[in-house]
Design a protein around this ligand. Sequence first.
Ligand SMILES: O=c1[nH]cnc2c1ncn2[C@@H]1O[C@H](CO)[C@@H](O)[C@H]1O
Ligand SMILES: [Zn+2]
Length: 430
Amino acid sequence: MAESTILIKDAKLVFTGETKSVLIKDEIIAEIDDVISEENVDKVIDAKGMILSPGFVNTHTHLSMSLFRGLADDYDLDSWLNDYIWPIEANLNENYCYIGALLAAVELIKSGTTTFSDMYFYMEDVARAIDEAGIRGVLSYGMIDFADAEKRENEFRENISLYENCNGMSDGKIKVFFGPHSPYTASKELLERVRQEANKYNTGIHIHVGETQKEVDDLVESTGMRPFEYLESLGLLGPDVVAAHAVWLSDNEIDIIKKYDVKISHNPCSNMKLASGISPVAKLLENGICVSLGTDGASSNNNLDLLEEMKFASLLQKVDTLNPLVLPACEVLKMATINGAKALGLEDEIGSIEVGKKADLILLDTNSVNMTPDSSDLCSNVVYSANGSNVDTTICNGKILMENKKLTTLDEEEIYKKARIAIKELKEMN
Ligand SMILES: O=c1[nH]cnc2c1ncn2[C@@H]1O[C@H](CO)[C@@H](O)[C@H]1O
Ligand SMILES: [Zn+2]
């Protein structure tokens, strides 16, 4: 098959402000230059006046939970999960999770996210949705055993068959991790075995850790250890672990995170909405820890817009430390791009605009009121001024998924219709 080529002409690179053209050959960034010939190019995108950024990487989410947007607002995590979310999740099935994932994929593409890391149920159906959407994703099955050995076996069966059926799917855009839900829902036996299986399959681990004060207090009471100390004692930690939240951390836990090069996924909106607390992100970054960004599910956020998440991440640290200098725009944009890629073990493939990397790129239109005028620092426009609706074009793996704000792979109206029916049915069952 002949190569397919896309030329993005005269875009402003977000980190440097330079105007450049970028040539994409198949799925790869082949050339970045001041001028690139249009000859023999299949498709030219005139990007004059637009900002070119690496596609965003959302390192912690639950796509299918988009169905539960606005379902249970203004509760803390414990009540949100036990009284509202787990009861309705008991009625989920393949079809609902598929539709929820499609709904989420529409939102991700529209707001410039090209890679996500998910932990949920019916993940093969999520994979099917993502394959249709054309985005990149790391999938894990949310393993919960509550110390029940039979349940534990089932959870491993689920995550392993997900790995066997879906890892490498979608031209390699889909990868599979293990997803032990958390230290309070997964037993010691489950967590120990996760490490063995992750080593055996040579893949990563996605887990919620240290989200609430209650989680820490309960674990200290039952084990004498705080969450990261406990996970260290079980041998679970390593550079392939993405720990979501990490809100309540002692200095010893920060040392542990650093020592094992654990990757942190910071989810400021979810942490604020569930009143969980404030993760000491400025301190983690000072310690050289890799902190990326996640939205969590749309039921605790209530959207999947990483542009919004970036702004909240920055502002929350500024007000928490009373230091306006922490988390400047450029650093936050790196959290949402290259740090996300590192967290998922994808830094050789994605996360920056470099020749040889996969073409996961977005264009933001600056010809709108909240983007006028340009700052001399384009990161400032993107992080502090932009929102998802400023994204004009989304490209993943060299394929255009949205152009001029129109989706190319998904029928959004049809998906909205199906999502409305799905949540109506789920509520009626509840
Ligand atoms: O912030 C969170 N903390 C803990 N659990 C969560 C959060 N968001 C979603 N889930 C829950 O995690 C499981 C995923 O496999 C689901 O039960 C989902 O509702
Ligand atoms: Zn979560």
